[in-house]
Each structure stands twice: as structure tokens, then as C-alpha cells.
Design a protein around this ligand. Structure first.
Ligand code: VGL
Ligand code: ZN
Length: 210
């Protein structure tokens, strides 16, 4: 796959300590993708990183809902109704970008999920489906038409970012080997990949990127 370097942006989703082994919401093998993310980011003129950035007591934390447990679902309104362990709390080491992530290539770091009562999986819109993060405007301002996504987690933040990017009219590419999935419930990763492909999103491996 050949991309126009003037028109394609790379988005590295949530490469943060809490999503890596030892972190609060560890994604199996999350740290293994860091070298791939570094090599991908260097190939793009426009690279953006996102950072899950929650206040303490955030609505997405199971601990904020008496009687609920991490990975339970909640009936609050929103697009995905899962409750999580406390993670990516603003200013804590878990919220920091992974120490081996090379931050040099990134022009912009977008923080999301910072409103107390609203979660944000997507790097484009928070989970109400309408509150923008500003990333769309940033990319349009640079005449970007193609969004290349990788990072954590495939079946949450990467997936919802890919759906939003596609709905906004960007061409969307997901580099699957530079992602890892939560895979809760089990099979979720395969389900979201099939869903993305059915919507015309390209799910490729890193070696397919020219
Ligand atoms: C994420 C669950 C909760 C992610 C963020 O980055 O995929 N997942 N917050
Ligand atoms: Zn989160």
C-alpha cells in the first residue's frame, strides 16, 4: 500500500504505561508494539499521539460505581458500556507515554477522556458521539485525507477511532501487528476486525506499507 506523504497522518493511540504489562489496564503484549510504533511514526510527516487522560474518580472507573467491578458493563448512556479499573489518571506514572516511545516524530499529542462524566475511546469524538477532540479540525487544516492507526487497544480506542475517521470521510488504515487487544469479551478483537473490514477500513500488516 502506497500512501501520499503529504496527505497521510499516522495516529499512535494510547501508548501509555497503564495499557502495558504492569499497568492498571494492561493489554497483553502492549509493550511489544512500541518499536513498531516508533518505526511507523518516523515514516510520516504528520504523526499524532493520543493519551487517555482521566481525572481521579472518572465515570469509566468501576470504583466510581458502588457494587460494580472492572469489566462489568454499566447502563449509563454512551457507546460502549464497559467499566474499567482506575487507569490513566492525570499526572500519574500510569498515564505517561511509554518510556520507550520516541516522542520526536509527533507534531501533536491529543488528550481525551478528561471530562469527569464522559469517556472517550475515539481520538475524534468522545463517547457521546458528538463532543470533538479537535483532531478532525487539525487534520483537515493540514489537508490530510488518510488516517493510519495503530496502538492500544485494538478493540476499544483503535476501533472507535477507525470508525469515526471513516465516518468523517477519511481513508482509514489500521496496522494490525502494531496493535494489541483487550479482547474482553473473548473474540472481541476478531469481531472488530471483521466489522472494520466490512466498512471499507483497510486492516493491514506493517510490511504491506510501502
Ligand atoms: C482504552 C479502555 C479504557 C483504550 C481506554 O485506550 O483502548 N480502553 N480507556
Ligand atoms: Zn480510559
Amino acid at each position: 500500500m502506497k500512501l501520499n506523504p503529504e496527505r497521510a497522518a499516522f495516529v499512535a493511540v494510547d501508548i501509555q504505561n497503564d495499557f502495558c504489562p504492569g499497568g492498571a489496564l494492561a493489554v497483553s503484549g502492549g509493550d511489544q508494539i512500541v518499536p513498531l510504533i516508533n518505526s511507523l511514526a518516523r515514516r510520516f510527516q504528520t504523526a499524532v499521539a493520543s493519551q487517555d487522560w482521566h481525572p481521579a474518580g472518572h465515570v469509566s472507573f468501576a470504583s466510581s460505581h458502588p457494587g460494580k467491578h472492572p469489566y462489568d458493563s454499566d447502563d449509563a448512556t454512551g457507546r460502549a458500556l464497559t467499566l474499567w479499573p482506575d487507569h490513566c489518571v492525570q499526572g500519574t506514572p500510569g498515564a505517561e507515554l511509554h518510556p520507550l516511545l520516541d516522542e520526536g516524530p509527533y507534531r501533536l499529542i491529543v488528550r481525551k477522556g478528561f471530562r469527569h462524566g464522559l469517556d472517550s475511546y475515539s481520538v475524534f469524538f468522545e463517547n457521546d458521539g458528538k463532543t470533538p477532540t479537535g483532531l478532525e479540525g487539525y487534520l483537515r487544516g493540514l489537508s490530510i485525507d488518510t488516517v493510519v492507526l495503530a496502538g492500544l487497544a485494538l478493540d476499544y480506542c483503535v476501533f472507535f477511532s477507525a470508525l469515526d475517521a471513516s465516518a468523517l470521510g477519511f481513508s482509514v488504515v489500521v496496522v494490525r501487528d502494531a496493535t494489541r487487544a483487550v479482547d474482553v469479551p473473548e473474540g472481541n478483537a476478531d469481531r472488530v476486525v471483521a466489522d472494520m473490514i466490512s466498512r471499507g477500513i483497510a486492516v493491514i500488516s506493517i510490511k504491506e506499507l510501502a
